[in-house]
Design a protein around this ligand. Structure first.
Ligand SMILES: *Cc1c(COP(=O)(O)O)cnc(C)c1O
Length: 390
């Protein structure tokens, strides 16, 4: 109790891959040199490979929201109509960005904890045949709910609209067949399952999306997809890039390729399952009513509690930073992340810590109740795998 290691356990920024941190130290490199072009080209190639797409992939030096804005400002024209699925704080961000650029928004809202269904998207497309785009979160990080982007993609593909998916916490936590499911634009961010610090965003563009870029007339300057693509083809970024983060990305992508994207996804899904089962055994309730995401598990604080107490206790007792709720969910829920560089030992420790915190404040839990549930998920998955390999 006298030594408390600092642990970053939020759904972004996530724990850092040590190899990526080491790679950042070589950042006294100039970005208009062959050395850097090699780093940049390898990163773009590896990104495309781990995302499993034939579409163009571009990188911006911004947090994820920058690439979200780029999708709006480069692919739409003044006054066009778009459909925004909004199931939480990040869905609201699509609405805000669209409105900031003067687009007419049709908002499909889901109560926090619920998802927007494929049927609602299909109905909205039928009711608004002039809609030019559909926006959604693959994983709504604020509520811990996943969307059926496959089903939505099929519905959008039959129309003139492009499908724009914020997969910032979807990448690395759920299968995403970008080419096969009609995901025209997919947005990612470095500080999530990519295991590196915040500051890079990613965007993939289908041929249908690129067609839009030809006629779109909304203003933009720094986030210019066509310009970025032209420079990326030469191994450079349009502006001075974050060389340190690109070195980190290179190392992280090498690691992700070594683990395998499918295994990284399976890892998050197993940790999410272990967390859900542990929390239920402890006697707490999940916030997600519809399909829970594998990126983060949102848990309701015990009745009458402020979830901020749990967040504060994690920090004070265990040096661990976990996430509170956002917006009106603040104080009501806390969120346990499992995307990227998280393992079972992290989850065992989080659940054990949670049991201690609950007991310390008058919510009795028999020690080990939740931990045992998580151990069972580990044992079932690991032993079955070992038996299959034997
Ligand atoms: C983290 C996150 C973002 C991006 O937020 P930034 O702070 O701009 O990186 C967007 N959408 C979702 C679903 C996220 O989890």
């Amino acid at each position: 109790m006298h030594i408390r290691k600092q642990r970053l356990l939020t759904p972004g920024p996530t724990p850092l891959y040590p190899g990526a941190l080491q790679a950042m130290m070589a950042s006294d490199i100039h970005h208009r040199t062959e050395d850097f072009r090699r780093v940049y080209q390898a990163a773009l190639r590896d990104l495309k490979e781990v995302l499993g797409t034939s579409h163009d992939v571009l990188v911006f030096c911004s947090s994820g929201t920058g690439a979200m804005e780029a999708a709006v400002s480069n692919l739409f024209s003044r006054g066009e109509k778009v459909i925004c699925c909004s199931a939480g704080k990040f869905g609201e961000r699509w609405v805000e960005i669209s409105r900031a650029f003067g687009l007419e928004t049709v908002v499909l809202e889901a109560e926090y904890g619920r998802a927007v269904s494929v049927e609602r998207v299909a109905e909205a497309l039928a009711a608004h045949p002039d809609a030019r785009g559909v926006f959604v979160q693959a994983s709504e990080t604020s509520t811990g709910v996943a969307h059926d982007v496959r089903g939505m993609g099929e519905a959008v593909a039959r129309t003139e609209a492009i499908f724009v998916v914020d997969a910032i916490t979807g990448i690395g936590t759920m299968p995403l067949d970008i080419d096969g499911w009609g995901l025209d634009v997919v947005v990612g961010g470095s500080q999530k399952a990519f295991m590196i610090p915040p500051g890079l965003s990613f965007i993939t563009l289908s041929p249908k999306a690129w067609q839009r870029a030809e006629t779109a007339n909304l203003p933009h300057y720094y986030f210019d997809l066509k310009k970025e693509k032209k420079n990326a083809d030469k191994g450079e970024s349009s502006w001075t890039p974050s060389t340190s983060l690109l070195l980190a990305l290179g190392a992280a992508l090498t690691y992700i390729k070594q683990v395998g994207m499918d295994k990284l996804i399976e890892n998050a899904q197993l940790l999410a399952r272990a967390t859900r089962e542990a929390v239920r055994e402890i006697g707490l309730e999940l916030f997600a009513v519809d399909t829970p995401a594998a990126s983060v598990t949102a848990v309701k604080a015990p009745a009458g509690w402020d979830s901020g107490l749990i967040v504060k206790e994690f920090r004070n007792r265990f040096g661990a930073i976990i996430a509170n709720g956002q917006g009106v969910m603040r104080g009501k829920i806390f969120r346990i992340a499992h995307l990227g560089y998280f393992d079972f030992a992290d989850i065992f420790a989080i659940i054990a810590g949670l049991e201690i915190i609950l007991n310390a404040h008058g919510f009795p839990v028999r020690y080990g109740t939740g931990v045992a549930a998580a151990q069972k998920v580990y044992a079932e998955a690991a032993f079955a795998r070992e038996a299959a390999l034997a």
